[in-house]
Unconditional design. Sequence first.
Length: 570
Amino acid sequence: MKLKSLLLTFLFMAGCCSLNAQTIKAEHLSDKHTMLRVTPTNRFLLIPVEEKEEIAHVILICNNQSVMDFNVRLAVDKVDYYVPVDLAAFTNRQSPLLFDVTFHVDRHKTGSVKNFVCWKEIRLSDTFDTTNREQYRPIYHHTPVYGWMNDPNGMFYKDGVYHLYYQWNPYGSMWENMTWGHSTSKDLLHWEAQPTAIVPDALGTIFSGSCVVDKKNTAGFGNGAVVAYYTSAGQHQTQSMAVSTDNGIHFKKVADNPILVSNEPDFRDPKAFWNPEIQKWNLVLAVGQEMRIYSSPNLKDWTYESSFGKGYGCHEGVWECPDLMKLQVRGTDKQKWMLICNINPGGPFGGSATQYFVGEFDGHTFTCEHQDTRWMDYGKDHYATVTFDNAPDGRRIALAWMSNWQYANQVPTRQYRSSNSIPRDLDLYEYGGQTYCGVTPSKEMLAARGKKVKNPTEACEVVVDVKGSTDITLSNVKGEKVTVTYDAKNKTLSMDRSQSGKTEFSESFPCTTTAPVYGNVRQLRFFIDRCSIEVLDAEGQVAMTNLVFPTEPYNQLKVKGGKATIYELK
């Protein structure tokens, strides 16, 4: 992925100030309450984190006003890593800022609060080190520079640039403090970190949502304005709106948020899109175990149209992160609509997964044409799938969060957690009188190919030309291995990661995943990148995404029933 940080000051090789009474002073008021006075002489306050600890609530107070608040797992016994609080807005201030720190659990078991290591290790600095220190950080998949990431949000394409926002925790590598992080790319493979896009406010933290490019100025913010919709997660989940007039770098929230409310407890993840067939905007919201559809002429005034979900698909968990699009059916002159519905739990192998529905949509009501449950990807680590708005050439390019809620907070990384899948193009194809979602690696993955190599590397593509049933085993000298089996007779594809390397962090991690194949597989493409294996057939009839954590990279390949070619990926 080779993520470049726009925050050029994040280099932590110089400029650290030791904790002293003149710059940082801790006043311990009780075992659950500390006030930290900080004179902002440097750009960042570096906060020490220990992941096994419970969260503490921190309020930054300036001139008797709360200007920021967040949760963080402050270090008690040892420091796992640091997270930065940006003090740039206060560096000309001579008097101290007040950080009001509250612990919500009984601290007597851990000793006196005044002896916590965080007070000794907290420091001011002009820089923050984002040099990669992770064995498993991917090379060609998107990851955050630091901190936790989950759902991709607000993706759009404009003026040659792909914009990817994402659920982000700036104050730790576990889920918390949901904020929209932001990265950009010109090729869907090499990403550049941008400033934080949308931050929590009085309405709540910032959950998932979407962006649209308003080409016709229907909302009155200007031609080409970028309009974002997101869930404000406060006491209730409500829907809010923000606008960018500088191509998605900075957003201004509208004054009359929230724009949609409900008494439902799960009411989230707005996905908006322009529907040329009705010359209006549509918006799809996940509400409990159904999707609600709205329409609007101007992106501001939304009318409820209908709901979909009862009697269709899997209902073993909460429906989330919808997307609705019209797709071409391969080899025909037909087009049909497809509704993406992510669900957690309820996936085919436990935890979270992406299901989809094919049918018709008239701008008001979605009608599904099948009764069976269909999964877009049959691995354990493919969730929150959504597509880019305004993608070139009418393409439907999808990204997914490459993890599973069963163990996402426990995977063996610290500086960051989670990555996104490779970009995939979506279409439809027919088999046995039914219409299915086709998932193929985006053409940008071909451009990423480097030289052919003899053995697998930590970042490579393995192309296997299949001749009937085939077994493919990736392994290393420690005996760690992943086996993929294509059964041509029974038309299934399976992946066994039970001996893939580190698996002990979750009893839900070791497993074999199996997918139906709707057609004949002629070629399988394996995308390997340090901690993940994505297997897709070249014609888009099956996809399977699984995380793996080998203690050494897989450098051996055995193929029975096919011929393999290996490419380095750059």
